[in-house]
Design a protein around this ligand. Sequence first.
Ligand SMILES: Cc1ncc(COP(=O)(O)O)c(C=O)c1O
Length: 374
Amino acid sequence: MKVEFYGHVRQYHNIKSEIDHNIKAVLESGQYVMGPMLKQLEGELAAYHGTKFAVGVGNGTDAIWLALMALGVGPGDEVITHANTFFATAEAIWIAGATAVLVDCDPVTKCIDPAKIEAAITPKTKAIIPVHLYGQCADMKAIRKIADQHKLFVIEDNAQAIGASGNGFKVAELSDVTCTSFIIQKNLGTFGDSGALVTNHAHVDATVRKLRNHGSNARNVHSYGFNSRLDDLHAGILSAKLKHIDAWNDLRRKWAVRYTAGLKAAQQFILPTELPGYRHVFHLYVIETKKAEQRDALVKYLVDNGVDAKTHYSIAIHKQGGYPWGRGARTVGSLANAEWNAATCVSLPMFPELTEAEVDYVIAKTLEWDKAQH
Ligand SMILES: Cc1ncc(COP(=O)(O)O)c(C=O)c1O
């Protein structure tokens, strides 16, 4: 059997008529950039997140640095995030011209460890970017509290957790801006690149609307800006898919329960933990090998047996070659948990359209490898 890592085509086939309908509507409208479909999607995204505003942009990375820029964070400022996020979180801080301050992650959730944030705060600190890594929310209550004490902005990097919630809080409820990516493989993904931010701050909404469109919100009238727009064809695809996101996340959660039940007797792995009261939306189902030297062997065994396993992310940001490329960067304290995560992580196939037979095959092959280590 072969088990793919992604199910993009299956998903397309399952809701083909809805996607095709919206693509046709855009094509027939004659308006492909900043048209009515983008407006519709922005309204739907704001309603979904319970925010006043949503702005579509070119990709999730742009959403983060445009948010920083709109909040006035730039050269001379420091922004705190954690070392084991996807590279783009730090990249966005650098694009905004700020210094990326990397702290350790929580050993259980792999999200930023709030206890590590305080020691990283200096008079230059302007913002914290928690990442809801793998689909589970960071501890937003603790992070908001620290931010309020030190008068810092909070920008949620929600590229991986649309539809998630924490114990007593929802995504976008405790931050200034929440950024998301709609690249193909995300829980809500289009057939290409795009992203968005949601916020309750009118000035962030207005500023990003201008920045994304050559500093313009009226024909021929410009200020400093960029081109980072969410095209209407993608908006149409996303609008069709947004109606299914909660059901798709439920399916991801179902497969996660099945993986965990099937793998709990294994001896060589640490399985993902869903915190009490949280809704983890399992963008990724990431196990860790108990020994770092086992990781590559496990991935190879799975791939050799038809299971497309991957690693997210096997090189922490501060360990990338050439880091930090002349950009402002500093690490604070031990990053041992982030480095451990990088050394031992293995992502098993996870997408809503998996079948029971596929999940059971992945479990069987993973257990087979586990047993061979005894
Ligand atoms: C945590 C995280 N942040 C930011 C991004 C950047 O999004 P994009 O690829 O749309 O620029 C991604 C995904 O690619 C991500 O996973």
